[in-house]
Design a protein around this ligand. Structure first.
Ligand code: SAH
Length: 631
């Protein structure tokens, strides 16, 4: 199953007519959608699960099982069916509707937090439908304010989310005060977006109609406030904890809560808990981390004792071998040189805990530069095909649509721009910086993002896939984290072949004439071997502005072994707007313009032309000799 769909699983679907079933059926096998049909359709679709009785009752029964539900029904019917079951946009499933004609996929409910808008995009790529997204933010080309920080693992804080969303929908000025966390979300905002950044100039500029705080502070918004406000909390705070053996989880939680309240800090901003390795099995700590999804990071005493802290303790040193646990662990986990909150000691009252339980907890807090995303990164290595979106696989489209970040050469990013959605991070780098591109993708994935690295054609054929995997290997990758998935694409040689007929019908090879990463002698040896062995040969990277001679040498090598009349196809920008295709011969091929956007396809000794077509027979005709080299 394509990983891109995982966050929406389990996905249920219901269709009540044969055509709706047929439209939705491709999703069952491809991505594991569970499609329910009424008993009346059982004879036509014997493999699908059947519900009996009323659809209303069936839906009520399956409602809690699915994270997303797809209906092949009229929207009116769907609205009536789901109305009694909807509770809250934080917990309701994503609801989508596919129209009877199979033309549209409508994101009906839970578009943002439930992910229905994004799922409608994925379904559309898979089924060839048009996604219908009716939310205002999508229309404005903005990420929803209530899902803005999701890729970075930020926690949604308190506030009037509906009020702020409404102001954004109206295009009213919204003040954004970001104190911590990634600013990658602002890199690609559309012109005329409503956000006004920073605090200082607010008084002078137009009156703000809403405010968004991005910080680790817990702000109390007054209900009388003139403008709606919300707060996001990037997880940048590492909480160092020391405690007596057997301290109950409630006591540790209370201690942390008290310190956070005293310093006006948001618990949503907690990245994780840090402590001494002896505490890795401390039951209260382990329980707390499990319940609240905090990572528990532990350090050895000799590592902790190297950190210079404001409040060392000789007693602690004599007990566990380091003068500081909470302070040193917080600083180490955060990679910070100072503390945000120095050691605070909390003592539970005797009546709060059982007689022999631990009672004392120390808490210290340090701030990390980068937020903890709590996500396992993914790298999608995607081949986008020769150019036109029609020539790209549905899986590759889904991968691009679902990625948090897309990295690639700017020309290829332009070619796939219709697939991009608001809020995605797009990093286009110049063509010469492939290694930097691979490095950046790995960096973002290690931080927790899902990153699509795109190459034209197939990404594993002179593309980015190898560079990314090579770089991962050099960094001691374990083969699992970040996860990697490769999405194949139609390579230039196939695209070229398709435009001239069937030239690749017999054994063939590809040779890149670029000697940037391969010594020219090696390339020359391969050209000779290919020519000698009568391989049909696709020449990639045939010529650049500075590299002009290699194609002439290649031609002369082939002329030693093949007839000057051998058919040659020269294809430039295949499946792009400025496509040019020429059929010529080996002896005349240099008369045709050739550049870096061109693929040269040299036929074998048997290849023929017929009008505009180039055809290589499937087999050799008996008695026909392969051309011998001239002495
Ligand atoms: N990964 C790509 C190849 C990248 S190397 C693939 O599988 O197709 C770049 C070379 O590919 C170009 O110099 C050119 O030779 C060829 N190429 C890529 N796209 C092309 C297109 N649309 N038309 C013709 N040649 C193309």
């Amino acid at each position: 199953m394509v990983i891109a769909w995982q966050e929406f699983q389990p996905i249920g679907a219901i269709a009540t007519t044969p055509s709706a079933v047929r439209h939705l059926q491709p999703l069952c096998q491809a991505v594991g959608v569970h499609l329910w049909i009424p008993e009346a359709l059982q004879a036509d679709f014997p493999d699908l699960p059947v519900y009996s009785g009323s659809l209303k009752d069936h839906l009520a029964q399956i409602w809690p099982q699915y994270r997303s539900l797809l209906f092949g029904l009229a929207t009116g019917a769907v609205v009536r069916l789901i109305a009694p079951l909807l509770k809250d946009k934080t917990t309701d499933p994503a609801i989508l509707v596919l129209d009877e004609a199979g033309k549209f996929t409508i994101s009906l409910c839970s578009g943002h937090r439930g992910g229905a808008d994004r799922l409608a995009g994925l379904v559309s790529h898979m089924l060839g439908t048009t996604p219908v997204i009716t939310g205002a933010s999508a229309h404005l080309g903005l990420p929803g304010i209530d899902i803005l920080g999701t890729p970075f693992g930020w926690m949604r804080g308190t506030g009037d989310w509906t009020g702020v969303s409404a102001a954004i929908a109206k295009g009213e000025p919204v003040r954004v005060i970001q104190e911590v966390g990634s600013t990658l979300w602002c890199d690609r905002l559309p012109d005329g977006h409503p956000f006004r950044f920073g605090f200082a100039e607010s008084a002078q500029t137009e009156a703000e109609k809403a405010r968004v705080w991005i910080s680790f502070t817990q702000r109390q918004f007054s209900p009388e406030s003139e403008v709606p406000k919300v707060q996001w909390h990037p997880r940048v705070l590492w909480v160092g904890v020391g405690c007596e053996r057997g301290t109950p989880r409630e006591v540790i939680e209370k201690a942390i809560g008290q310190v956070f309240r005293a310093y006006h800090l948001a618990e949503g901003a907690i990245a994780g808990i840090a402590t001494l390795d002896l505490k890795a099995d401390e039951v209260g700590l382990v329980e707390l981390c499990g319940d609240r999804n905090f990572p528990l990071t532990t350090f050895q005493a000799h590592t902790l004792r190297q950190i210079s802290v404001p409040n060392p303790s000789a007693v602690v040193d004599s007990e566990v071998g380091t003068p500081s646990v909470a302070e040193a662990a917080a600083m180490l986990a955060a990679g910070a040189e100072q503390l945000l909150v120095p050691k605070q000691i909390y003592r539970a009252q005797p009546e709060e805990v059982p007689v022999h339980a631990g009672k004392a907890v120390t808490v210290a807090i340090a701030q990390a530069e980068y937020e903890y995303t709590a996500r396992l990164g993914q790298l999608y290595l995607v081949g986008t095909g020769p150019g036109n979106l029609d020539q790209m696989t549905a899986a590759a489209k889904s991968a691009i649509a679902s990625a948090d970040a897309i990295i690639g050469y700017s020309l290829y990013i332009d070619l796939i721009s219709p697939l991009l959605r608001p809020g995605q991070i797009i990093e286009a780098l110049p063509i010469t910086q492939e290694k930097q591109r691979a490095q950046r993708a790995i960096e973002l994935a290690q931080w927790g993002l899902t990153v699509a690295v795109i190459s034209s054609g197939d990404c594993g054929i002179y593309g980015m896939a190898g560079l990314v995997l090579e770089a991962l290997q050099a960094q001691g990758w374990d083969g699992k984290t970040p996860g990697v998935q490769v999405f194949p694409g139609i390579s230039a040689l196939q695209a070229t072949a398709s435009r001239v007929g069937a030239p690749l019908m017999h054994d063939f090879c590809a040779i890149s004439l670029s000697d940037l990463l391969t010594p020219w002698e090696v390339i020359q040896r391969r050209l000779t071997a290919a020519a000698q062995a009568d391989f049909i040969t696709a020449l990639y990277n045939p010529k650049s502005q500075t590299r002009t001679q290699q194609i002439a040498i290649a031609q002369s090598i082939f002329l030693q072994y093949r007839s000057p009349q051998t058919p040659v196809a020269i294809a430039r920008s295949v499946y792009r707007q400025d496509e040019e295709i020429y059929l010529t011969t080996l002896e005349k091929m240099l008369e045709t313009p050739i550049d870096m956007l061109t693929t040269v396809l040299i036929g074998n000794s048997n290849t023929r032309t017929l009008g505009e077509w180039m055809i290589t027979p499937r087999g050799y005709h008996l008695g026909q000799d392969i051309c011998q080299p001239e002495d």
